[in-house]
Design a protein around this ligand. Structure first.
Ligand code: ZN
Length: 484
């Protein structure tokens, strides 16, 4: 495992969200920098793994140091030496996978593994397929045998409901469906820190976290009219996590060290500081708003809210250059993301491997894809936006619409229920910027020769329509089957 990590590519690691930051940071992050790829060297693993507890005696520390030097010098690595985890993650409880024994057939497991989650054999080193079971690398050298179902298999343990089991209802297609709205980012006074903020001249600043929240608030009543119970993962600007950047300095330092950053700066001088990414302050902020925040939201979703579906709402951006003098672009687009396309280097982390298996064994992919396709259809129809196209290894086209991509993001991985992750509009496109400045208004207004609803209403209408279409089609199909 360590060997793979040392050799692992530094590219195509996923971030907690897919929105693109300003130019400069953008390329660096896309290639090698996201909160989860901070621990790709063995040094980082030893710093972060549970075996490096501060309570160790100095003798043990010395031994660890010697082992580390030997490992680095000789390349002699054994899987049992460490159980690497992504930042701020706990070792997974592999026994939790026991509840999936006998719930999935061999062929279905193989299809989801090869065609969705670990395309191109990226899980080959950690999952071995046998006719009756899969052997899964858990921690160190340990393996877990997951037995396959013979036919239909036992019911899948999950907290969300299958829409096929709901009675048909064309008037209230979302009746009995609980939907969690997860407006992306923190917004408000935190928007600058999370680099989801820009301002052109004296115009109103654009803050992605505020845009997503406003959209969620417009969307909620539309979904309720369709019969849904709507709950918010967060309903006001600011963090859900109680952690703050100042609580994460030691993790930030370890993360920088793991990348071989030297010298490590204590602070940075604003967003344009060329060496800000070498500073503990900047790294701690990223761990706060990108990692700790999503972990806390996931806890809410999986343990408190337990919805049938989570909608992650985002606005995209193209590189806007100098943060002090951002530029607008003519590029504008739309896409949706489903969970999948894990890289081999990602699956070397015990927590990522575990979470991928939970997603796979929950068998929510078909529903996630159908929902994403349905929203893509209605949202592209309403907005007339073209599809965004990834040109990187960490994304894979899914479905037939051209708008849906599989990616391993922190949010769509940690939220166990089906997730629709929407990236609509480019915030720094000229079209969007003019419409943003117009704010909310009733009816239609002309922009660039085209009549439009306000952006929040348009976004909300597109998502609501897509969900209504999906649930109308999906509901009652089990009922019909039972009646036959
Ligand atoms: Zn975003």
């Amino acid at each position: 495992m360590l060997g793979r990590l040392l050799k692992s590519s530094s590219s195509s690691f996923s971030s907690s969200n897919s929105c693109k930051p300003p130019v400069g940071i953008f390329r660096y992050r896309r290639i090698a920098r996201s909160p989860e790829d901070n621990l790709q060297s063995s040094t980082a693993l030893l710093l972060h793994c549970p075996a490096s507890s501060r309570t160790r005696t100095s003798t043990k520390r010395l031994v660890t140091g010697i082992i580390l030097i030997l490992v680095l010098k000789t390349g002699i690595l054994t899987p049992a030496m460490a159980d690497p985890l992504t930042p701020l993650s706990r070792p997974p409880d592999w026994d939790e996978l026991q509840k999936f024994q006998g719930t999935i057939t061999h062929d279905r497991f193989l299809h989801l593994l090869n065609d969705v989650y670990a395309v191109g054999g990226t899980a080959q080193k950690c999952i071995t397929m046998e006719p009756d079971y899969a052997e899964i690398q858990t921690s160190g050298k340990h393996r877990l045998k997951l037995k396959f179902a013979k036919d239909g298999g036992r019911p899948i343990p999950k907290y969300w409901h299958d829409p096929k089991t709901l009675p048909a209802d064309n008037d209230q297609p979302l009746a009995g469906v609980t939907i969690a709205l997860d407006p992306g980012h923190l917004g408000g006074s935190w928007a600058k820190m999370e680099e989801r903020w820009f301002r052109i001249g004296n115009a109103e600043p654009v803050k992605e976290g505020d845009l997503t929240l406003q959209t969620a608030k417009r969307l909620a009543p539309r979904l309720e009219e369709l019969g849904a119970k709507v709950i918010f993962v967060h309903s006001k600007p600011g963090p859900v996590t109680s952690l703050r950047p100042e609580d994460l300095h030691s993790e930030a330092r370890a993360s920088l060290k793991s990348r071989g950053v030297h010298p490590i700066l204590r602070n940075y001088k604003g967003p344009a500081h060329p060496e800000k990414e070498h500073s503990i302050a900047w790294e701690a902020e990223r761990l706060f708003y990108r990692v700790a925040e999503i972990h806390e939201r996931a806890k809410r979703v999986n343990h408190t809210l337990k919805p049938d579906l989570t909608l992650c709402l985002h606005f995209n951006a193209e590189p806007w250059g100098d943060p002090a003098n951002p530029t607008l672009t003519d590029i504008n687009h739309l896409h949706l993301i489903v969970n999948g396309a894990y890289a081999e280097s990602e699956l070397a982390y015990a927590d990522v491997r575990y979470q991928m298996l939970v997603k796979l064994l929950s068998q929510s992919f078909d529903e996630e894809l159908d929902i994403a396709e349905s929203i893509a259809h209605s949202l592209s129809d309403i907005t007339k936006l073209p599809a965004y196209h990834y040109n990187s290894d960490n994304a894979r086209a899914e479905g037939t619409s051209g708008y849906v991509w599989a990616r391993n993001l922190l949010a769509n991985r940690l939220y166990h229920c089906p997730v629709a992750y929407v990236e609509c509009y480019v915030m720094n496109s000229r079209d969007f910027f003019d419409r943003f400045q117009a704010g909310e208004y009733d009816g239609l207004r002309e922009f660039n020769g085209v009549m439009h609803k306000n952006i929040y209403a348009e976004y909300a209408d597109g998502v609501a329509q897509g969900l209504a279409d999906y649930f109308r089609a999906a509901r009652g199909s089990e009922e019909v089957k039972r009646e036959k």
